[in-house]
Design a protein around this ligand. Sequence first.
Ligand code: ASP
Ligand code: MG
Length: 445
Amino acid sequence: MIVLKFGGTSVQNAEMMDATLTIAAGQIQRAPVVVSSAMSKVTDQLQEIAQLVGEGKESEAERIRAAIQERHMTCAKSFLTGENLARCLADLTAVLSEMQSIMKALAMLKEWSKRSNDTVLSFGERLSTVILAHRAHERGIDADLIDSRDVIKTDDSFTAAVPLEDLTQKLVTARVRPRPGTMAILQGFIASTTGGATTTLGRGGSDYSATIIGAALRAEEVQIWTDVTGIMTSDPRIVKNARTIEKMSYREAAELAYFGAKVIHPSTIQPAVNLGIPVWVKNTFKPAEEGTRIVPSIPGIGLKAIACKKGITLVSVSSSRMLLAYGFLRRIFEIFEKYQTAVDLIATSEVSVSVTIDNAAAVESIARDLSEIGTVGVENDKGIVCLVGQDLWKDTAFLARVFSSLKGTPVRMISLGASDINLSLVVPTDKMEESVRNLHQEFFP
Ligand code: ASP
Ligand code: MG
């Protein structure tokens, strides 16, 4: 059996829902399990609703809810007829009126907690999959709609819930019974606690739902259908001739996702790893294009992708007292911990430490505390260029090629070797995109 996940743009309207169903139905003999996102932008709208009702702004929230209702009803009416339409509208109405009651209750309580947030956000996937399932029936596809909250169980860390693997595995295999010739449809992103409270796996979490379900069912393959053709060598908005990576390893894909490349959710790969399930990233808008295959491992060394991130702050501390002393690093990191600031890259020398942070909200307090240890420098307006590929350091020409491509760019900090698949460089923000283009030209001419 296979799992196919479709993102928000793949179900954004009737036409795309049909394209989605055509792709899944084309593989019906492989017992497809379809995992769908909410229609594009709906989760953002729900996020707004959650906030508005929490502030007691019920009528503003109601306007957004009405727009969501209108969009789903219009979509259903545009391609469903007779009994299928009647049943779909009834199902949509049931979900929408549940949403209305919850909004009313939250507005009265002026509640906006992580817990209530997840309940409000869950409605997007619940609505999109209702239409998808009825449209499948209308097209004569034998489809079964299953509520993901009944099968994916998590802890209660609302907004970023952690799946309970064993229980989920048991429930998924008991409830989702893939058979050739039939299609199961489930919601991405949403789950529930053992007590039944609705949770979510974090924004963009439908990819993760797909691999969780894929792992539970020992899928042959998980397909992530999105609106770009696979994972690319670089951001096509920055590099015009960026191209699709044909094949990459789990570790390379995970590294890119952690770094913030938006194509797949960072947790997506993890459930596939233990079982070696291949993950295939494809484009619903151009289904004939191959996309990217993410596999357990691939032979050889070499660069796969160049990513970048701006808005980085570099903090450095130096003190001659660090020489031959111990305990300095601990004291430095305790200060970042105190201000709940995550440190990304680190470089150290005998008497100094530089780190990058991408959340600079507490940087003034951090600098003040650090100044008790040594001389502190804070530099804003930095960007990180991240080169991802297996065993980059083993290619003895690699660094020479990197630095000759960056001639004229003041590279402020380098991190290589922390993982064997990543070289990160800190450069001024206004040089970042140019650096990416130059590197891309060198390695992917
Ligand atoms: N609908 C959710 C979101 O927009 C989950 C997803 O699409 O993956 O974050
Ligand atoms: Mg996504």
